[in-house]
Design a protein. Structure first.
Lengths: 211, 405
């Protein structure tokens, strides 16, 4: 079939494999891939596995025809791709979270005119605070975001919340929801047209299997 | 050690091999456009910001801006259609309909972080100003098709949609206010998911509901137009118009374009048919365009218009490398000093001559670097000709019949 599918490693991997299996494509070779990053299935698709945030990059550039990626990554990266289907799994929220107790947000705005936000999702955070008429100072961090408010780096964090366990363990409370996120099927702009038949069939199958 | 020499973000130099290939592509496209009667025009690199402001287009947001010494804001043109619309509406205001102009020029837009797209885009395109009928839309589509074939992409696929059909479907479904805005936002953001969510909020039922919800994912042949026109009566006339475009495209002898209601353009000046072309190997559409009937009025001369632009850099990725063959011409040792007269005679006879000095230390290296196949020296009994690829030498008495011609 000669189709290149970009699959995210990490939290969305299991759901992606299940969704791909549900549309009748072989996923066993992908499960047995070990450390290989590219898995070619004879007579079937080629799978490319990457970090979730890189999926839109591969699809946008045409290195992959389609990909599976969280809505959070789409809203942060704003890639020029088609978003074809909501696959339904990987549900979580992008949330503004601050330490338990009184919410420091309003006080910070009142006293300092600005709220300090630590996040991996700089654009989402900027848009959210701008959209709600508050001035935010965004601190970009790359991991263990929960640490930032605990040591005074920021008033709170904007991050994905799935079960809320990490938040609770670090004494943080979800205060406001920016948006809800699930896994999405995306396609390269050119592949979407040149492989219209294959893709339209796949989208229908994904919608039937994922709903 | 010298400091690193930098370029602004997103721009790059073009070296001889690429420049030659881009030039050949541009010439091929231009040849096809000229066959339809389009004549090239050139607009300035910089425009007053007022020109773009008149277009009132949100796509203008990203542009390089600078000031002249009177403090007026200038922009580097971020697009060619707006400047050409200005030129046609002002300088060619008296030109009878139809006006056919072409261009091959660069537009500049500041790069977005994380995007591959460069800050400079080479665009070769046409604008057909005056006629507002489906025949004009079809001519532009046909010219694009012939141009892409001439450039070496015979299997390019063209898709057409219609901003007017989408608009009429939204009218028919009674979508207005914020819902209409979020539907357009979803369509421009190419999110079928967001479109569907917003469309479901309207709660249209039956065929109308199905067409509305499924619109951006609807693609195929002309049967789609019939389906939309039947389900949404206010959209019928626009569907019939696009159907007429397809008829006329067929009369031009080009493959039928795919009808795709998900095709939209980032610029909001488009008002009717919208066009995209795709080719394997190019990560984004190699050509985009459409009808923009409202733009001329902004510059004081209302006239219907339709056009399309080919993105040369993207097209370049879609064409195969031209066959590996040394360029015609020779490196003449001594042509720069002792044998200038011979170099002149050869050039007059039509041979490209790269002259180097008699004592040049390595003429073969020059030939290899510049992609020429032969190094020629004066010898007692005529000319020694070295084939750089094989290293073999041959003595010729007359350069008029060399192997490089």
């Amino acid at each position: 079939m000669d189709l290149r599918i970009c699959v995210p490693l990490g939290a969305l991997l299991e759901g992606s494999l299940a969704a791909i299996a549900a549309v009748g494509l072989p996923v066993e070779p992908l499960r047995d891939a070990g450390r290989r990053l590219i898995v070619e299935v004879p007579g079937g698709p080629t799978y490319i596995t990457t970090r979730p945030t890189d999926v839109p990059t591969y699809v946008e550039s045409g290195a992959a025809d389609i990909g599976i990626v969280g809505r959070d990554v789409l809203l942060e990266r704003e890639p020029d791709v088609y978003e074809l289907a909501d696959l339904g799994f990987g549900g979580c929220t992008m949330s503004w979270c601050t330490p338990a107790g009184d919410d420091p947000t309003a006080l910070a705005i009142e006293r300092f005119g600005v709220v300090r936000v630590a996040t991996k999702y700089v654009r989402c955070a900027e848009r959210f605070f701008e959209g709600t008429g508050r001035k935010a100072e965004i601190v970009k961090v790359n991991g263990s975001v929960e640490l930032a408010p605990l040591v005074g780096l920021a008033d709170g964090i904007v991050d994905l919340v799935a079960t809320g366990r990490t938040l609770r363990e670090n004494g943080l409370v979800e205060r406001e929801v920016l948006f809800e996120s699930t896994a999405r099927l995306i396609a390269n702009r050119v592949s979407h047209k040149l492989r219209a038949d294959v893709l339209d069939g796949l989208v229908r199958a994904f919608e039937a299997g994922g709903a | 050690m010298t400091d690193p020499v930098e370029l602004p973000a997103g721009v790059r130099d073009v070296l001889p091999v690429e420049a030659a290939e881009l030039r050949a592509l541009g010439d091929a496209l231009d040849g096809a456009f000229r066959a339809f009667g389009y004549r090239e025009v050139m607009t300035p690199l910089i425009e007053l910001a007022d020109v773009l402001d008149r277009a009132e287009d949100e796509g203008v947001g990203r542009a390089y801006r600078l000031f002249d010494d009177e403090g007026r804001v200038l922009v580097l043109r971020p697009d060619l259609t707006i400047p050409i619309a200005r030129l046609v509406a002002t300088r060619m205001a008296d030109h009878p309909d139809p006006v056919r102009v072409s261009y091959n020029a660069r537009a500049a837009r500041p790069p977005s972080p994380g995007k591959i797209e460069g800050a400079e885009q080479r665009q070769a395109g046409i604008e057909l100003v005056g006629p507002d009928g489906p025949e004009a839309d079809a001519e532009v589509i046909a010219a694009l098709s012939y141009a892409l074939a001439a450039a070496g992409v015979p299997d390019a696929r063209i898709a057409i949609g219609s901003v007017a059909i989408v608009s009429a479907v939204l009218d028919g479904a009674g979508a207005d206010g914020p819902v209409r805005a979020s539907l357009w936002g979803a369509l421009r953001g190419r999110s079928v998911v967001d479109w569907r969510r917003a469309a479901e909020e309207i709660g249209a039922e039956g065929d109308l509901g199905e067409v509305l919800t499924g619109l951006p994912a609807m693609r195929g042949g002309r049967e789609l137009l019939d389906r939309i026109g039947t389900a949404v009566p206010p959209a019928r006339s626009e569907c019939e118009r696009l159907d007429a475009v397809l008829d006329c495209v067929a009369r031009h002898g080009v493959a039928p374009p795919m009808v795709d209601m998900g095709v939209v353009r980032d610029w909001s000046y488009y008002s009717g048919v919208v066009i995209e072309a795709y080719a394997m190997g190019a990560m984004a559409p190699v050509a985009v365009g459409g009808r923009y009937d409202g733009l001329g009025a902004r510059f004081g001369r209302p006239r219907a218009a339709v056009g399309v632009a080919v993105a040369l850099d993207l097209l370049h990725h879609a064409v195969g490398r031209s066959a590996e063959r040394p360029a015609a011409g020779i490196v003449l040792v001594g042509g720069a000093d002792d044998l200038v007269a011979d170099a002149v005679a050869l050039r007059r006879a039509g041979t490209a001559v790269l002259a180097v000095a008699s004592l040049h230390p390595d003429p073969d290296a020059v030939a290899v670097a510049d992609g020429r196949g032969y190094v020629v020296r004066r010898v007692a009994d005529g000319w020694s000709v070295r084939d750089v690829a094989t290293g073999s030498d041959e003595i010729l008495s007359d350069l008029g019949a060399g192997p490089w011609t």
